[in-house]
Ligand binder design. Sequence first.
Ligand code: COA
Length: 343
Amino acid sequence: MTSTRGDHAIGNTIGVEILGSGSHLPETRLTNADLEKVMETSGEWIVKRTGIEERRIAQWDKGEKSSTLATGALQKALDDAKVTAEELDMVLVATMTPDMPTPNVACIVTKNLGCRTISAIDLNAACSGFVFSISTAAMIMQSGLYRTVGLVGVDCLTTHIDYTTFGRGAAILFGDAAAAMVLRTSDNPSKGMLAHKMHSDANGSEHLFIPATREDFPKLDDYEERKLSKVQMNGQAVFKFAVSKFQQVIAETLEEAGISADEVDHFICHQANSRILDSARARFGIPEEKLLINIHSYGNTVAASAPLVFDELAQAGRIKPGQKVMFLAFGAGLTWGSSLWQL
Ligand code: COA
């Protein structure tokens, strides 16, 4: 599926502003040294191949799970935006790790925060979830349907990791986190989404999946009971997909918006592997200060990854009105996409 939107200004009188952001991380750190104790790996190998030094891991028995992290992140974003929970018209949560199949995380968040009986939706597109969600929220808001939206990216994928040598390819990568934003419509139509791309290709789904049953394995011979409910990843295939689609989606988004890479102030990228990000920087000549890499501290936090980067930039005072920022992500599905914003 491909969907694009052309010139933001044409025929559109409603703008959308990002009013505030926040993030909420589990307390517990999982360092490379911790991983060395439970599997055959080395901190040196992990840093060289991925850039990751540590990640956070949610302790479900202490009440840390997707809904609690999401609630904490959205509360901070509301405080940052100086907006109350009662003002929200919709909560949209990007996640592939809800606390349970139902209720969805968004419903639990609205209860925790004391929202009105508003629209509460979860969107699952794995690591692309937040980027797909911010584009979806923008389109809904530009239609005039909702004025104020709470948007969250949250995942606790570490519950689906095999922390033994068998699962080491994925075990080194993932961490848990939540990050959120508050969006509000504006009567300045120049603010908001300039272009976006949403892509998927399920022909590559076998390279990254979490099987629920034996029948979920593309090759039944690969089935082993210990693999059920754990991330199954062909690291090299995902790496190749990510490098090529990442560069492709940047190019097509710039073309759609009719701007050059130099005109983008921040590339807010899903953090999967620092080498993937470095390849995009080299291809488009993006200076380091325009593409923040924070993977060393958090690993790959799935749907929380891109908004965590945005929040880090915002809290450092580096997000400013008038800037152009491009959100980018790729992940299981396979999915990949972008959302280019004029702040
Ligand atoms: N520690 C030490 N050695 C490891 C290891 C680990 N955690 N994981 C794999 N290895 C070993 C392999 O067994 C292999 O050994 P061999 O040559 O003796 O067979 C060797 O390292 C090279 O394996 P390979 O899979 O080619 O490594 P790589 O350079 O591709 O790095 C990833 C592995 C997972 C870090 C890398 O493929 C990657 O990041 N892929 C993208 C994954 C991703 O982004 N997923 C999320 C998408 S949203």
